[in-house]
Design a protein around this ligand. Structure first.
Ligand SMILES: Nc1ccn([C@@H]2O[C@H](COP(=O)(O)O)[C@@H](O)[C@H]2O)c(=O)n1
Ligand SMILES: C[C@@]1(CO)OP(=O)(O)OP(=O)(O)OC[C@H]1O
Length: 161
């Protein structure tokens, strides 16, 4: 049966390490630590990518861009998001809205949220009002609260174009 709307969810987490830039939502944030990964480790864009791929039933980021492929070493996750979105768009979908939460004890995400929204909206070819980026600390609880990593959770609604 074909439906006019589909929902997808995405989750990602990367470890915080020294000697790497911190890139979240396509924004480089001045910080003591950055995220470890095969690509630029943009945890938010990876979760957005999985949410839109999942909504369309197109698998996940690792299926399309394997972390064993040298082609994606140091990859700009905005390039990966645009490529994934192109596949979803080609399948006949448009984005209705995306809602994201970045789980970071530090740094503060709020001052950068508008820039992240602009990047995600541009990459998904939708107006900025369709994208929302929120943030939560982990109240110093668990591995996120100990600043061992940063996670992101995302939901995306897509509709038949
Ligand atoms: N990395 C973060 C975490 C939180 N914020 C903002 O602070 C508010 C309160 O966070 P709690 O985890 O204490 O509930 C939250 O609503 C965000 O506006 C942030 O900007 N960056
Ligand atoms: C983005 C990819 C690209 O190789 O690698 P990582 O940066 O390691 O990120 P992750 O979310 O662990 O896996 C998805 C991979 O597709």
């Amino acid at each position: 049966m074909t439906f006019a709307f589909r929902v997808g969810q995405g989750f990602d987490v990367h470890a915080l390490v020294t000697g790497r830039p911190l890139i979240i939502g396509g924004v480089t944030i001045p910080h003591t630590h950055g995220l470890q990964g095969h690509s630029d480790a943009d945890v938010l864009l990876h979760a957005v990518t999985d949410a839109v791929l999942g909504a369309a039933g197109l698998g996940d980021i690792g299926r399309h861009f394997p972390d064993t492929d040298p082609a994606y070493k140091g990859a700009d996750s905005r390039v990966l998001l645009r490529a994934a979105w192109g596949k979803v768009r080609e399948a006949g979908w448009r984005v209705v809205n995306v809602d994201a939460t970045v789980h970071a004890q530090a740094p503060k995400i709020g001052p950068h949220a508008a820039a992240m929204v602009a990047n995600i909206a541009a990459d998904l070819e939708v107006e900025a009002g369709a994208v929302n980026v929120k943030a939560k600390t982990n109240e110093h609880l668990g591995y996120l609260g100990r600043k061992e990593g940063i996670a992101a959770t995302v939901v995306a609604l897509i509709a038949r174009a």
